[in-house]
Structure formats: C-alpha cells, structure tokens
Design a protein. Structure first.
Length: 263
C-alpha cells in the first residue's frame, strides 16, 4: 500500500493486489500486471491527475473535528406517495321520495308512504280483504266494516281506528303507534316496536296480545266512561321449581293518567 499524495490534501491509499501470473499460462509477470492493472503505472507516474480532481477540506468541514456535522447527514428520503386515486367514500343520497298510495289491489288494501294525513278513511271493506300499511308517518287511518287482517309495518307516529278484524292485527318494526278497537279483534301482535298504545272496546276485552322485542306497550281498558292504562310487561323473572322453569312478569306500576283515545 502506497500514499501518493502529501500536503493538505486527503491521502489516497492504493492497495494494488498482487497479480497471479499463473492465472494466464505462459504470460510473463510484467506483461500480466500491465494488462490486468493498466491504471497503476499511470498513477505512479502522474499523481497530478488525482490532485486536480480533489478539493481542499477545511477543519470546519471535517467530521472528526466538528461532530455536529454527523447529525446533519442526509435524511432518509420519505417513501414516495402513491399517486393512485384513493377510493372515494360513497356519497349519501337523500331518501327517494315515494308517491303516497291508498288503493285496493286485488284483495289487499295498500296504504303506503302517507305523511301528515289525518283524514285517511277506508269505508268499504269485505271479510276476504286484508290491509297492509307501510312506511306511513304522522298520519291516522280509519277503517270501517269488517276485514280479515291488518298489518302495520315500518310506520312512525301512526294512528289506526278500526271496527272489526276477524284474524289478527300485526305491528312490526314501528314506533309510536296508537290503535283503537271499536268492535272486536281476537289477537294483536307487536314485534320489534317502540311505543304502542292499544285502546280496547267493551267487546274486545278478550283480545290476546302477543309481544316480542318491543317496549313501551300499554293497553287501555274502558272503565266508567274513561280508560285505565295497564303496561304490558317487558321484564320477567325465571326460577326453577324443582321440575321445570317458571317465568313470571315483574310487578309494574299502573299509570294514573292515560292518554286520550284517538276518536
């Protein structure tokens, strides 16, 4: 190893590996070195070639004399941001406005998308007919005569007054429903509903009320020209009596100020 430069310039140490003359059979060592390392003789003869390409390094540029330069090294480049478009979140569109429906389709009365109507009346009904009430809000419907069944589905703040139903009245997926029975109905079913007030007539006191996954249900019984409210149990207790499970509703207070009937 031989230092070629002296003075204020950085010293360049060149290590010339020893050539193996046996790598090329029959080639003399001097010729072999000249062909394999042709740049070595030129550096030895003309060191000014490297000197012209080097610049002077001052003390403030030397890292071993100025440790602060070590912390100013090049920062690791941040990964290139992808220019691919990011997926856009689906825009929320306003609910589609449906036209209100009140019509007889075959044997089914369709009452749909009624809003803010308190004058809805179906006056001609038959025993074979059914009624399907869907997505009505802030409205009241009166059904006269005798009909097979009535279904209230996905309605809010809806009132129903009917005379007679020979089958069942169902309330499904609704909220704040009031219904008043003027005649008779054997069964009322309430499922997945929040808030349902049922006003029974004297002839409908034997009505059976079946409920599931619902809350704030009340049955109003006529007494002395007024109504008395009885909450439908929502909380139950179950105990083992030695041979089977016995489930009973917990005690619920009776309301003293019932709401007024629809009629």
């Amino acid at each position: 190893m031989q230092c070629l430069l002296t003075g204020p310039y950085s010293c360049v140490m060149l290590r010339v590996p020893k050539a193996n003359p046996d790598s090329v059979p029959g080639l003399p060592k001097q010729i072999h070195d000249a062909q394999v390392y042709p740049w070595v003789p030129s550096v030895n003869r003309e060191p000014h070639i490297l000197i012209g390409r080097l610049r002077h390094v001052t003390d403030d540029q030397k890292t071993y004399k100025n440790p602060s330069l070590r912390t100013q090294g090049g920062q690791t480049p941040s990964p290139t941001k992808s220019h691919s478009p990011s997926p856009k979140s689906p825009q929320s569109h306003p609910p589609k406005k449906h036209a209100p429906v009140l019509e007889l389709e075959g044997k089914k009365w369709r009452v749909e998308y009624q809003e803010g109507r308190n004058d809805l009346v179906i006056s001609e009904t038959e025993l074979r007919q059914v009624a399907y009430i869907f997505k009505c809000s802030k409205s009241t419907l009166q059904m006269k005569g005798k009909i097979n069944s009535i279904t209230i589905d996905n309605c809010k703040k809806f009132g129903l007054v009917f005379d007679n139903v020979v089958g069942i009245v169902e309330v499904i997926n609704s909220k704040d429903i009031q219904m008043q029975v003027m005649g008779r109905v054997p069964t009322i079913s309430i499922n997945k509903t929040e808030g349902c007030h049922i006003y029974l007539s004297e002839d409908a006191l034997d009505c059976e009320i079946v409920s599931a996954k619902s809350s704030e249900m009340n049955v109003l019984i006529p007494q002395d020209g007024d109504y008395r409210e009885f909450p439908v149990p929502e909380q139950f207790k179950t105990a083992w009596d030695g041979s089977k499970l016995v489930t009973e509703p917990t005690e619920i207070m009776v309301s003293e100020r019932p709401p007024k009937p629809l009629s």
